[in-house]
Write a new protein. Structure first.
Length: 538
DNA sequence: GCTACAATAT
DNA sequence: GATATTGTAG
């Protein structure tokens, strides 16, 4: 029977003494052929017999008559085996598999079978000394598998949060919306706690970084920005797979576990002064940042990028244009990166002035992502400012123009400084000529809670809609950091990459702003760039 | 020993 | 549900 229906049995209970077969022989066969837990039974409680059974691989040896109390515990052997299976996969497989297995075996609710809260204490007791193993078996087997908050899972979480509204979220609601089998309210609560901590930490940093909104000093800080922190590891979970710098990898998909991918499209290389391309290469090892270097930029060390964030500008027209014409792409735009600052972020968590928390009195409007200004990255800087910031090879922008916009601006010191530090993995390269503009890609992180950032970024004085946009040089290419995007920690040092709390790099052609129109289609093929829901949250 | 994370306790 | 604490892995 066992051979014929190998997968139909969970456990074998066999008498040692059987008329046609020795119980120990059976034990051997089972062990060799089907790896089922075997419990031996016998009236003979002699130690040598019991030992023999155990040595042959029996997981238990029951003395007849078997008491009900003993039978009540035999499930543990099955449970333990299942858990071991989970662990084995856990140890060398992706967390997705774990999730699957977790849900498959969720019936084995440890708390229920172990008697709830007591199990913890019992486990502790086991650790301390004790014979508890006799009752519960290997204590490690009884340990509850930790939920791994993969990008997918976190994205579900973020989606749920956004759906509910930040001010109304609770673990239960999130759990319901997420609808993930095996996930508990406690899991969600824990994650929510971490999420909130993260957001508040980011906000604090921003408060510190930008105590005032003085335009001039912020646009090009007189004092060089402090050195960035070591780039945080991007993702520690094994679930993150590699994203190669491949034209064919333009799809951004959470199932692929690709963190993000942005697009450089329609870039006039001649106009290009500096582009930072961040590329996901190997999430386990970290990320590599590639600096696209035009002939005008001869070395990595020359690269500096000025990021101009413009939280005071109302982008509504743009947003409307986007949402009208490209719902998909606009969906991209509201995604943001969520990555926990793993390392010290005191001086580098975010570029100055970007908070991502909703203000206390601000009502959360999940769908209002676009009603605030996406900051921009520009490549512009005045000559003086360039001197001050050490930025070179960047086209100046007229001060007159900038007077109109009052942006919060900061240099991406993380880029330049990292470069200065000789980050091993950063490379300068020339845009491969074989790539068409639409094929040039850039990695980035996208995540949802950009709306928080957007909310906060909208609190500044609203200048005319898009006023700041036209102030940039005509041939300027924009790379919009949606929400409070932060170019941070470009994957140098082979470690982390961005510290975006909300970011999507969206290239925006300045002409569009000038014209008051925005045809996103010009830049994105909708089908090519599905919304990326993945978030980096590790 | 520190940090981040998730579980667990309050 | 929010927050504090604990256990654990890296």
């Amino acid at each position: 029977m066992l051979r014929e229906r190998k997968d139909k049995f969970d456990i074998v209970i066999s008498d040692v003494n059987m008329p046609d077969m020795d119980g120990f022989k059976l034990l051997e066969h089972v062990g060799l052929e089907m790896d089922l837990p075997v419990i031996m039974m016998s009236v003979d409680g002699e130690t040598s017999r019991v030992m023999k059974g155990v040595q042959h691989g029996a997981c238990d040896y029951l003395l007849k008559p078997v008491r009900l109390k003993e039978l009540r515990n035999i499930w543990q052997h099955v449970y333990r085996k299942k858990i071991h299976e989970v662990r084995e996969i856990e140890s060398h497989d992706s967390s997705e598999d774990i999730q699957i297995l977790r849900s498959r075996y969720e019936d084995f609710d440890e708390n229920k079978v172990f008697g709830g809260v007591d199990s913890v204490r019992k486990r502790k007791d086991m650790d301390n000394k004790d014979l508890a193993d006799q009752e519960y078996g290997d204590s490690s087997a009884a340990k509850k598998a930790r939920v791994v908050w993969t990008v997918d899972l976190h994205q579900k979480f973020v989606d749920a949060v956004n759906q509910i509204g930040f001010d109304k979220v609770g673990p239960k609601k999130i759990l319901d919306l997420m609808n993930v089998p095996g996930l508990t309210r406690e899991n969600v609560a824990s994650h929510l706690q971490k999420y909130r901590l993260y957001l508040s930490r980011i906000q604090k940093q921003n408060e510190v970084r930008i105590p005032s909104r003085n335009t001039q000093s912020e646009f090009c800080p007189k004092d060089p920005a402090p050195p960035p922190p070591p780039p945080p590891p991007l993702l520690t979970q094994s679930s993150i797979s590699t994203q190669q710098n491949s034209v064919s990898n333009r799809y951004v998909s959470t199932t692929q576990k690709i963190q993000a991918q942005g697009i450089f499209s329609d870039i006039q290389v001649d106009d290009l002064k500096s582009i930072v391309s961040v590329q996901v290469t190997d999430a386990k090892k970290g990320l590599r940042s590639d600096v696209i270097d035009t002939p005008k930029i001869n070395s990595v060390s020359q690269l500096d990028v000025l990021v101009s964030f413009m939280p005071n500008v109302d982008y509504r027209p743009l947003e409307q244009a986007i949402s009208k014409q490209q719902p998909l792409s606009s969906s991209i735009a509201v995604k943001q990166v969520m990555q926990y600052p793993k390392n010290n972020v005191e001086n580098g968590g975010l570029p100055q002035g970007f908070s991502c928390l909703p203000q206390p009195n601000q009502e959360h409007k999940p769908l209002d992502h676009f009603h605030t200004a996406p900051p921009l990255i520009s490549r512009t800087c005045t000559t003086t400012e360039r001197e001050k910031t050490g930025i070179t090879n960047i086209k100046p922008v007229s001060m007159d123009h900038r007077k109109t916009i009052s942006p919060i601006t900061c240099a991406i010191d993380s880029v330049s400084v990292h470069v200065e530090h000789g980050i091993t993995n950063s490379q300068a390269f020339t845009m491969p000529p074989e790539l068409t503009s639409s094929q040039r890609t850039e990695s980035l992180y996208l995540d949802q809670p950009g709306n928080y950032g957007l909310l906060s970024s909208s609190q500044g004085s609203n200048t005319e809609n898009g006023a700041g946009l036209v102030s940039f040089h005509d041939d300027l290419q924009f790379y919009s950091l949606q929400g409070n995007g932060c170019l941070e920690n470009f994957g140098l040092n082979g470690m982390g990459l961005f510290e975006y709390d909300s970011m999507s790099l969206t290239e925006v052609h300045s002409n569009l702003f000038d014209a008051g129109e925005f045809d996103l289609k010009q830049f994105y093929d909708t089908t090519d760039y599905p919304p990326l829901d993945g978030c980096l949250f590790t």
